[in-house]
Design a protein around this ligand. Structure first.
Ligand SMILES: Cc1ncc(C[n+]2csc(CCOP(=O)(O)OP(=O)(O)O)c2C)c(N)n1
Length: 286
């Protein structure tokens, strides 16, 4: 039986005490232990930001990429080594500002992997700039008189773009988050889990208390049942994106990788040995 501690290393996270990202890391570790994923079969890829640190705190393969580029790296890893469970993780700035086009293309490509958005509605690492997910009126050093731009709702964008699995969680609802991450990992295709993760240092509006008052937990609704595409979109619009649970899953989803010609073997299955002399010549070139 795997234990969540099997997925931690001995590095102490440098997130601020109380940061929502701790809860997401823990939920990912619990999910990995419940699914009994061997450490050497788990790959965590992250972008840049406070959120990007998550890959360094896991006992697994990890790759701390560059800003907004966790998804191309993660898709490349999955395409080359399909035995791995691949998780990409990054902030709302990472995935919905600089990395937005990668997010849209990863969604429509539907490679079998999971993308966790550590959504604090602010740029935490750069000390509190407005993000494209910050609300209108949000005051920071970069918008001292309040943001005047319409915020992106990641769930609505993902669903409109044809996502085959959309979950939304909250750092304050640990058990539900574990459950959503497990289902996301088990999904045949690209799954996104948008997690509301309070930044206690720079975002004084969207606090744990604020989310408890504003989030609708779909798992607590009477007559709860899986939502079809239209119902899921309606729920997201009605709640302005502020709902948690498995919002949508397409049971007919097939991963992009399954649609490739079977004779096209992934890189990890090819014998890529090159003669030592050629290798040394290559190295000397650079
Ligand atoms: C190409 C590039 N542009 C800008 C930056 C500066 N930068 C570092 S982190 C960051 C934003 C982080 O915000 P978010 O992705 O929301 O993550 P958080 O820190 O809030 O977890 C920015 C703009 C960078 N590292 N690389």
């Amino acid at each position: 039986m795997a234990n969540m501690k099997d997925y931690s290393n001995n590095i102490i996270p440098n997130w601020c005490p109380g940061c929502g990202h701790f809860s997401i890391q823990r939920a990912l570790q619990v999910a990995a232990s419940k699914l009994e994923i061997p450490n050497e079969k788990l790959a965590i890829v992250s972008g840049i930001g406070c959120s990007g640190r998550i890959s360094g705190y896991m006992n697994s393969y990890s790759f701390h990429g560059i800003h907004g580029r966790s998804l191309p790296i993660a898709q490349g890893i999955k395409a080359s080594n399909r035995d791995l469970t691949v998780i990409a993780a990054g902030g709302d700035g990472d995935g919905f500002a600089i990395g937005l086009s990668h997010t849209l293309h990863a969604i429509r490509r539907n490679i079998n992997m999971t993308y966790i958005v550590l959504n604090n509605q602010i740029y935490g690492l750069t000390k509190g700039h407005t993000s494209p997910l910050s609300e209108v009126g949000f005051e920071t050093k970069s918008t001292p008189t309040g943001s005047i731009e319409t915020p992106i709702r990641p769930g609505i964008v993902a669903l409109a773009n044809g996502i085959t699995f959309l979950g939304q969680g909250f750092s304050g609802y640990q058990e539900q988050l574990v459950d959503i991450i497990i289902k996301a990992i088990q999904h045949e295709g690209f799954s996104m889990v948008n997690v509301f993760s309070p930044c206690i240092t720079y975002n004084k509006i969207n606090t744990y208390q604020w989310f408890r008052e504003h989030l609708i937990n779909l798992d607590e609704e009477e007559n709860k049942k899986p939502l079809n595409y239209q119902e899921a979109m309606n729920r997201l619009i009605e709640t302005e994106g502020l709902c948690t649970g498995v919002i949508y899953q397409d049971p007919t989803s097939h991963s992009y990788l399954d649609k490739l010609q079977p004779e096209k073997k992934p890189l990890s299955h090819l014998n890529l040995k090159i003669p030592e002399e050629d290798f040394n010549n290559l190295i000397n070139l650079y």
